[in-house]
Every structure is written in structure tokens, then in C-alpha cells.
Design a protein around this ligand. Structure first.
Ligand code: NAD
Ligand code: TYD
Length: 377
């Protein structure tokens, strides 16, 4: 494969995927297609923007004519599709935008890829359409063990001193989709379209469903960067409900490595779940963040615990996500590389060292949006 289109490359995960591919594959042309919504930020790619094998194109995935033209003009061989609206709280306020970008935008990209590849003598030979999805499409798992039990499986990402699962059940690839939020419903719908294009037209597709990512360059409306920033500035930490909801956290660079592996070695038409067997209740992770920020800023560890502010729960808040990624480990040999404690330390340090990156985002319009989002909670 020579020319790869990465959509959503100016966002959080996309920027890590673009960086990995541009640096690791100098003989590939990497084209980053991004609309630059509020979540897209070219500052995320400063270190690679001048590389000869990298090009940025500002485009909306819903703009079928121009997407098709780009795919034809650039002779795209492979697509890694990350562009999406990605924040659950926004989807609750504005579901329509999520259906448009996540469902119709994915359909537009599928149609354009199919139209171009159909026109080639070799058709789908050597081509690949890789769709990045989320574990949230599976719905929510029960919390049958609120105190935690030993997980059936561990990985290098699993925390060293917090080694628990909160139920016996995990998300496996054969589970029925049961999305609850407008965000996860739109992602589920896009996953179905991707599979339909394989089953109906033979398009060489792959879908992966990953757990919650954390790391540098995440937009500070998501739990981890938002709270690191608030702790630093001693602003209240809005914990939804009782803070008992469980998420399974994976360092973003490990997700990018999995995407690289699956893009090159994954089986067409297959699905892989990606996660680290690293479940945390929100309130426990928030305490880790407070202790880490306090320590790194030279404050007394835990002195900012009183910033924790319990607020009205998110509507339809999924209780527990927990990924079983053993298929990916077994079939393709993927393993996360970074243990949670090390990943959190690196992440907190990055946000503290890159205050100007945060300041550029959290000023102006975003600040107004943020205030309106949280003032009634
Ligand atoms: P993000 O919100 O940080 O970035 C999304 C990017 O897509 C932005 O650069 C934005 O400008 C771009 N975009 C949005 N609408 C677009 C459009 N219409 N046309 C072109 N570009 C558009 O998201 P993220 O957290 O990096 O997530 C990337 C992908 O990974 C998404 O598909 C998401 O569903 C999936 N995912 C995310 C997580 C997570 O924890 N963040 C976990 C699993 C899967
Ligand atoms: P988030 O980062 O939005 O990811 P997702 O909803 O996709 O899992 O939220 C992670 C968890 O943190 C989720 O259970 C909601 C909770 N949360 C809060 O308690 N307060 C907040 O301000 C945010 C943004 C999230």
C-alpha cells in the first residue's frame, strides 16, 4: 500500500495515528482529511507537519463529491476512518449532528471508496477500509461485584495496585449491539453500514471497537484532561452521579499501535475489540488524578480532594464498560505496552507542561460552551 487516507487526523486519537504512520512508514503517503471542528487542532501535529510524506486536507466527510475527488486524485489505497463527533454529552444536546457526521459521513466515505476502487482494473485487491469504533456500541455491563474481583485476564496496561474487574461479563466481539446514547447509537449505525458494504459489495472492511483512551492531545471536555486542568486551576470537578461508573482505560499510543497492526495484518470483514483489562470507577481515577497533579505541582498529595463536586448524573449514563481484547492478543499478538500508572504519570505531566496548548482551547468560544454545558448541573 502506498497512499493512505486518515480521517479525523487532527483530533485526539487520529493525531497519534497520523504521527505513528508518518514516522514509521516514510515510503507511504499519508493524507490527513479533517474538517477541523471544535475538536480538530493542527497544533496536535506540529512535529510532523513538514514531513515530505504528509499532507493535510481540510474537508467534511459528508461532502461526497469532494471526498470522491480527493480519493481519485490521490489514488488512495487504504482508509483509516476516525473522523467523528465523539463526546457523549454533546450528543445528548445535539443528536442530529452526530447522525449527520457519524452515519452519513461514514456512508459518504464508503461510497467514495467503493466508486474509486470499482473503477480500477485490480478492484479491491490490496485495498482496505478500516473503521474505528467504540466499545460503547455494546451498551452497558452490569456491576455484579462493586468491590471488585480478580480479572480473568491481565495485560501490561492493567494497573499494578488496582487489579480488579467489577463483574464477570466483558464486551466480546460476538455481543449484540445495544447502544444507549445518541453518540453510541450513531457509531453503531456507522459500524452496520461498514459491515453492510462488505457483505453487499465485498468492500474490504475491518471494524475495531476500543475502550476509553487517555493521553496527550485529548480535548479537555473529556474526563481526564478536563479534570487535570481543573485541578491545576483549583476549579470544581463535576463528578456525574456518585462517581461509581466504570470505564476501561487504554493509553492512546497503544490504541494507535493496535490500529497499525490491524490495518496491516487484520482479517478482512473481521472485528477486533481493543482494551487493556484496566477497569476503574470514575471516583477512583479522579483521586489518582488529584494525587498526581498535587504531587507534580509540589502541593500536598490529596489537598485538592475538596474540589470533588457531585453533580446531576448524565442522562442514560452507562454503568460499566469492560473490553475483552483477548482475540486481538491471541490472533495478532497485540499487547499494550504501558502500565496504567506510568501512562497516567506521562499524561498528567504532558498537560502540565503544555498549558499553552490547553489555554488555546479553553479560551473564547469553548469557554462559553463549557459554562453553558455545566452551569445547570
Ligand atoms: P476527537 O473528537 O478528538 O476528534 C475527531 C476529529 O474528527 C476532529 O479532528 C474533528 O475535526 C474531525 N471531524 C469531526 N467531524 C468531521 C467531519 N464531518 N469531517 C471531517 N472531519 C471531522 O475524537 P477522538 O477521541 O480522537 O476519536 C476518534 C475516533 O475514535 C472516533 O471515531 C471515536 O468514535 C473513536 N473512539 C474514541 C475513543 C476515545 O476514548 N476517545 C474510544 C474508542 C473509539
Ligand atoms: P468521558 O471522558 O466523557 O468518556 P465516555 O463518556 O465516552 O466514557 O467520560 C468518562 C466518564 O467520566 C463517564 O462515566 C462520565 C464521567 N464524567 C464525569 O463524571 N464528569 C465529567 O465532567 C465528564 C466529562 C465525564
Amino acid at each position: 500500500m502506498k497512499t493512505i487516507l486518515i480521517t479525523g487526523g487532527a483530533g485526539f486519537i487520529g493525531s497519534h495515528v497520523v504521527r505513528l504512520f508518518v514516522n514509521k512508514y516514510p515510503n507511504y503517503n499519508i493524507i490527513n482529511l479533517d474538517k477541523l471542528t471544535y475538536a480538530g487542532n493542527l497544533a496536535n501535529l506540529k512535529d510532523i507537519e513538514d514531513k515530505p510524506n504528509y499532507k493535510f486536507v481540510r474537508l467534511d466527510i459528508c461532502d461526497f463529491d469532494n471526498v470522491l475527488k480527493l480519493i481519485q486524485d490521490e489514488h488512495i489505497d487504504g482508509i483509516i476512518h476516525l473522523a467523528a463527533e465523539s463526546h457523549v454529552d454533546r450528543s445528548i444536546k445535539d443528536p442530529f449532528t452526530f447522525a449527520k457526521t457519524n452515519v452519513l459521513g461514514t456512508l459518504s466515505l464508503l461510497q467514495a471508496a467503493k466508486a474509486y476502487w470499482d473503477s480500477l482494473p485490480e478492484k479491491y485487491e490490496g485495498k482496505r477500509f478500516y473503521h474505528i469504533s467504540t466499545d460503547e456500541v455494546y451498551g452497558a455491563l452490569e456491576m455484579t461485584h462493586p468491590q471488585g474481583i480478580e480479572p480473568p485476564f491481565t495485560t501490561k496496561a492493567s494497573s499494578a495496585n488496582h487489579h480488579v474487574a467489577y463483574g464477570e461479563k466483558f464486551f466480546t466481539e460476538d455481543l449484540k449491539y445495544l447502544p444507549h446514547s445518541p453518540y453510541s447509537a450513531s457509531k453503531a449505525s456507522s459500524d452496520h453500514f461498514v459491515r453492510a458494504f462488505h457483505d453487499t459489495y465485498g468492500l474490504p472492511t475491518i471494524v475495531t471497537n476500543c475502550s476509553n483512551n487517555y493521553g496527550p492531545y485529548q480535548f479537555p471536555e473529556k474526563l481526564i484532561p478536563l479534570f487535570i486542568n481543573n485541578i491545576r486551576h483549583r476549579k470544581p470537578l463535576p463528578v456525574y452521579g456518585k462517581g461509581e461508573n466504570v470505564r476501561d482505560w487504554l493509553f492512546v499510543e497503544d490504541h494507535a499501535r493496535a490500529i497499525d497492526l490491524i490495518f496491516h495484518k487484520g482479517t478482512i470483514a473481521d472485528t477486533y475489540n481493543i482494551g487493556g483489562f484496566n477497569e476503574w470507577k470514575n471516583i477512583d481515577i479522579i483521586k489518582v488524578l488529584i494525587n498526581t497533579v498535587d504531587r507534580l505541582l509540589g502541593r500536598n498529595e490529596g489537598e485538592d480532594l475538596d474540589l470533588i463536586t457531585y453533580v446531576t448524573d448524565r442522562a442514560g449514563h452507562d454503568l460499566r464498560y469492560a473490553i475483552d481484547s483477548s482475540k486481538l492478543q491471541r490472533e495478532l499478538g497485540w499487547e499494550p505496552s504501558l502500565q496504567f500508572e506510568e501512562g497516567i504519570e506521562r499524561t498528567v505531566r504532558w498537560y502540565l507542561d503544555n498549558q499553552s496548548w490547553l489555554d488555546n482551547i479553553t479560551s473564547g468560544d469553548y469557554e462559553k460552551y463549557y459554562e453553558s454545558m455545566y452551569k445547570n448541573r
